[in-house]
Design a protein around this ligand. Sequence first.
Ligand SMILES: Cc1cc2nc3c(=O)[nH]c(=O)nc-3n(C[C@H](O)[C@H](O)[C@H](O)COP(=O)(O)OP(=O)(O)OC[C@H]3O[C@@H](n4cnc5c(N)ncnc54)[C@H](O)[C@@H]3O)c2cc1C
Length: 397
Amino acid sequence: MNFDFTEEQQLLRKTVRQFVDSEIMPFISKWDTDGSFDPAIWKRLAQLGLMGVCIPEKYGGAGMDYNSLAIVCEELERGDTAFRTAVSVHTGLNSMTLLQWGTEAQKQKYLMPQAKGEKIGAFGLTEPGAGSDVASMASFAKREGDVYILNGQKTWISLCDVADHFIVFAYTDKSKKHHGITAFIVERTMPGFSSKAIKGKYGIRAGNTGELFFEDVRIPVENRLGEEGEGFKIAMSALDNGRFTVAAGAVGLISACLEASVKYCKERMTFGKYIGEHQLVGQMIAKMEAGYQMSRLLVYRVGELKNQGVRNTRETSLAKWQACDFANKAADDAVQIHGAYGYSDEYPVARYLRNSKAPVIYEGTREIHTIMQADYVLGRRVDKPLNKMLPKWPFEE
Ligand SMILES: Cc1cc2nc3c(=O)[nH]c(=O)nc-3n(C[C@H](O)[C@H](O)[C@H](O)COP(=O)(O)OP(=O)(O)OC[C@H]3O[C@@H](n4cnc5c(N)ncnc54)[C@H](O)[C@@H]3O)c2cc1C
């Protein structure tokens, strides 16, 4: 396996880093406090080709490989988790799912403008009564001729007020349990659709998260994604891509924790020494570094598996679980290293700690990934190739 980044990937990293340094860093503290950000950021992300970095050029993307998406996520989360979450949802959970499961017409109509950044995509799986236990969802879509009538509610949906298109999951046949769930592409403009932001979040405050409501939303049959009953499988395959981006972002968060902590270690003195010279502080720095390097290896290995077009649910779950746990711990230690100053807005580390918590919950909680890994190792879970796989890279034109 080759661990070197190509020149193109190095340039991509530099571009995103410069963008984060000049267009996110100076404003993020205010956006985080106000719970908002300048929507012009979307246009800039699109101009830089970051809204469809690993989508084939024939569908409006940049045509780069899957590890390039990891680079974008890693660098964006160095700035703030809200922006990486937006790319995770837009590209990882929505666009890549359309690429894998969409019809040619759906790709032309929905994927193309999303990859170009002209439209924004999001993903509605979680419900008030159904998070980890997806099959306990209540949303239902009843077929009547050429349309499905969708009723239900989703919650904790990233980009709820911002996205133009949503991939939404609902039962079409409750008696079939997991096999009775179907995926749909829902447009914000469809009558009966509404959304509402959740206020007072602990972290990712510069991001938009909230509820979706469907009251007799009429969805044309051509907006069904995959076949009836394939929704659960589609949702899980979408999570393989979303989790990859979350794990990559966690690597970026650890690097941000390291950056801030190393700097502070060389500034702050106690007992006549810089605090970095105290062994117990050095130990926290060493653990951050170990978490950073291990997470990176796990993440870029998954990207390579995606490039090869092979199933990677097991490896992605491991990378997401470990990288997010390492990031959460690194952020906690970064606050510790900063002492009381870390507990204020004066330094970014308190924001890192708040932001590091949601990734341990969304796209499979820490506990769900622990169960998955135990199941794989104990032979209770074995993955087979899906009937439709994400295209391998380089893409066929
Ligand atoms: C900021 C943010 C953004 C989000 N964005 C999206 C989005 O864009 N789209 C979307 O669909 N969802 C999104 N979510 C929702 C997220 O995916 C869910 O919160 C997550 O799946 C967990 O579900 P839950 O919150 O209902 O917790 P629950 O499933 O109710 O779990 C509660 C606790 O019980 C534990 N638990 C549950 N089952 C088991 C078990 N079998 N064994 C051991 N422990 C268990 C969990 O690990 C957890 O600790 C987002 C969440 C957040 C916080």
